[in-house]
Ligand binder design. Structure first.
Ligand code: HEC
Length: 92
């Protein structure tokens, strides 16, 4: 419910599937602001940079067990959609 309202505020170009947002939001927040000290904020982060990081997590050149698993679980379109979504959110 909150998610639907929230998505209404996001520019039309970013339309990731709700399930994809949910799989990131547990750590990075629906608003891209992480709640845990060791998790980076994604809101307003550079899009090309984040896409590169996702590729690096996938191929293991950037090592992080959770992000590696998560990045490998998503298809390229889902990754692009969710990164576009986070990049468009206001940073804090
Ligand atoms: C279990 C918690 C968790 C989940 C779920 C999670 N992440 Fe992460 N993510 C992290 C942590 C922790 C890092 C920092 C990794 C490091 O220290 O190198 C990170 C790093 C990142 C980065 C790199 C940020 C930077 O500034 O370099 C991106 C991009 C990212 N995550 C995207 C996602 C996306 C997209 C999803 C959902 C598909 C997701 N994450 C789900 C914990 C998580």
């Amino acid at each position: 419910m909150f998610l639907t309202l929230f998505l209404g505020c996001v520019p039309a170009l970013a339309q990731p599937r709700g399930a994809v947002i949910a799989s990131c939001a547990a750590c990075h927040g629906e608003d891209g602001i992480a709640r845990e000290a060791d998790v980076p904020h994604l809101a307003g982060q550079n899009e090309a940079y984040m896409l590169n990081q996702m590729a690096n997590f996938r191929n293991g050149s950037r090592r992080h067990p959770e992000m590696r698993f998560i990045a490998r679980d998503l298809g390229p379109q889902d990754i692009k959609d969710i990164i576009t979504y986070y990049a468009a959110l206001p940073a804090r």
